[in-house]
Design a protein around this ligand. Structure first.
Ligand code: VGL
Ligand code: ZN
Length: 207
């Protein structure tokens, strides 16, 4: 079974949002087209409480882009984003949501960030995603969404470790580049670890 995973295509990560990925909106029509090719589609949503430890606003004297340590883990600090129930946490209204079978929420624990759709950053708590994919017999996972150098990257690392044949659809993702060159570095790393970087036009060749 093949599955399409759409990572965090939420208003805060799109132009106009609090943690906008430049040109992030350009991937949405590509994802909508891709959805027609899959029988199983899962989306993740970043879903933070207002007191989340990844927000610079919760660390007096710090600003977005600064680093800190959160419960023993290195943590880059972000602007407030994807606060539970806020418009910024909604999936984009331009994304076709009628074909999505399952939504995975992540980042609800204020004590730890959760970039990957599979695990928190400390690899302590697992989301429902792996169980769900196993139950559906998914072997090949095609990954899209935002941001290529943060949540998509961490999700792909975990997918590879969990044994999925993992594809990144390169025209269906974009990076936020909090530090210059982050996206290039992330793509190289994924490829080195065994992810297949393909374009949306190549998807059918691998299904
Ligand atoms: C993300 C930064 C903070 C993402 C989530 O979805 O890539 N980036 N939280
Ligand atoms: Zn977040």
């Amino acid at each position: 079974m093949n599955a399409l995973l759409i990572v965090d295509v939420q208003n805060d990560f799109l132009p106009g949002g609090n943690l906008a990925v430049s040109q992030g909106n350009q991937i949405i029509p590509v994802i909508n087209d891709l959805q027609k090719k899959f029988n199983l589609i899962i989306a993740s949503r970043d879903w933070h409480p207002a007191n989340h430890g990844s927000f610079a606003s919760n660390h007096p004297g710090k600003k977005p882009g600064d680093n800190t340590v959160l419960n023993g883990l290195d943590q880059i600090l972000w602007p407030d984003h994807c606060i539970q129930g806020s418009p910024g946490a909604e999936l984009s209204s331009l994304l076709n949501q009628s074909l999505i079978h399952k939504i995975i929420f992540k980042g609800s624990n204020p004590e730890v960030d959760s970039y990957s759709a599979f695990f928190d950053n400390g690899h302590k708590i697992e989301t429902e995603l792996h169980q769900y994919l196993r139950k559906k017999g998914v072997k090949r996972l095609f990954i899209t969404g935002l941001a290529a150098d943060v949540c998509v990257w961490f999700t792909i690392n975990d997918a590879l470790k969990l044994g999925y044949e993992t594809f990144l659809i390169t025209d269906a993702t974009k990076g936020v580049n909090m530090n210059p060159g982050d996206t290039e570095k992330a793509l190289k790393d994924m490829e080195q670890k065994g992810a297949n970087l393909i374009s949306s036009e190549q998807v059918e060749d691998f299904m």
